[in-house]
Design a protein around this ligand. Structure first.
Ligand code: KG4
Ligand code: ZN
Length: 343
């Protein structure tokens, strides 16, 4: 069977074609249209701008990807579309488009949870079958969570952020430091040239005894330290980036390590936009090596929002005959990942 994936949950318009044969999932092609240039002047995602870009891009992209593979809609057996969570007005474009296409072509539609897509993206990246049980660390612009996946289609969120998501904290700190949007990649680049010991930023909730995260205090500490600085040079900014990034990574690695030991899992995965951060992936990989745990990161192509991961999750659901947990003909902007558990 062939799956057409559609993702429009935030500010990337993306489509994918994935073929699912008896024993393998093969990504045939995928396209991502980033809207970065349209949002950069505003220093963040503007919902109306995102909606309009999705409306403009989506249909031609579906056309383009089918043509690039010498295919037509007749070769598609299933349309997989992100149903939530995400920006309501963005989700609506992809979801309505998918429903319209399905009506016109009699292809069925499967609504996929965006976080489930991220959760599977390390396996897509490594072209290997999902491993169970595993622990999944998902760090993106909108979410930070530790998910215990004991068996297929069983998600237990053991920790999440109480305030800012990791990507959000990177973006906000970058803004404070006057760096370009989106801040994450810029902070990482600067951090490589900086001294991560110069500023003693808090490791919030590292010893809280649970797996909850909190990043807004760290952001405030950066603001105060910056206000106290007489002269801010390029090298000061590099040191701020390095010290901030180190504080975030220490907490993520520390909490993840505790969860690995307490659950006794032998596989850790990392996904979401922030998994592009090499310093974070390296630190987690090091910790896993010391704990004799297999580490699976996500390649940048599948870290940030993309439709390949949505098509992949849908193909696995089809294979296992586990239908979508959200059958409504509506988007679900707050759809929780654990509500997708089938067990
Ligand atoms: O998964 P994603 O594309 O969108 C959401 O679903 O949120 O994640 C985007 C986030 C942004 O906050 C961006 O700054 C962050 O991922 N990001 C990074 C890096 N690359 C992207 N954060 C830290 N270091 C990076 N290299
Ligand atoms: Zn995402």
């Amino acid at each position: 069977m062939r799956v057409l994936g559609i993702e429009t949950s935030c500010d990337e318009t993306s489509v994918a074609l994935l073929e699912h044969t008896e024993n393998q999932l093969k990504l045939e092609a995928h396209l991502v249209a980033s809207q970065l240039e349209h949002h950069r002047p505003y220093g963040g995602v503007v919902p109306e701008v995102a909606t309009r870009q999705h409306l403009k891009q989506l249909d031609p992209m579906v056309d383009r990807i089918l043509k690039s593979q010498g295919r037509s809609l007749e070769d598609v057996d299933l349309i997989a579309v992100t149903q939530g969570p995400g920006l309501a007005s963005s989700l609506m474009v992809g979801f309505c488009y998918a429903q319209g296409l399905a009506l016109a072509s009699s292809i069925s539609v499967l609504g996929i949870n965006h976080m489930e897509g991220h959760l599977f993206s390390p396996f897509l990246s490594h072209n290997c079958a999902p491993v169970f049980p595993h622990l999944s660390l998902i760090v993106s612009g909108g979410h930070t969570m530790l998910v215990y996946v004991k068996e297929p289609w069983n998600y237990k969120i053991i920790g999440r952020t109480r305030d800012d998501a990791v990507g959000e904290a990177f973006d906000k700190v970058a803004k404070l430091l006057g760096l370009a949007y989106p801040g994450g990649p810029e902070v990482e680049k600067r951090a490589q040239m900086g001294d991560d010991q110069r500023y003693a930023f808090p490791r919030s909730m590292l010893h809280s005894g649970d797996y909850a995260f909190s990043l807004s205090g760290l952001k405030t500490s950066v603001r105060y330290a910056l206000q106290k600085q007489d002269k801010v040079t390029a090298s000061t900014i590099n040191d701020f980036c390095a010290s901030f990034q180190k504080a975030v990574i220490d907490v993520l690695v520390g909490k993840t390590e505790k969860a690995i030991h307490s659950l006794g899992v032998k596989t850790l995965t990392l996904s979401g936009g922030v998994s592009c951060n090499r310093t974070l992936a390296d630190a987690l990989e090091r910790m896993c090596r010391q704990s004799d745990v297999r580490f699976l990161g996500t390649i940048p192509e599948f870290s940030t929002d993309n439709a390949a991961m949505i098509a992949y999750a849908a193909a696995l659901r089809e294979r296992d005959q586990v239908s979508s947990m959200n059958k409504g003909l509506d988007i679900d902007p707050n759809w929780q990942l654990d509500a997708c558990s089938a067990l």
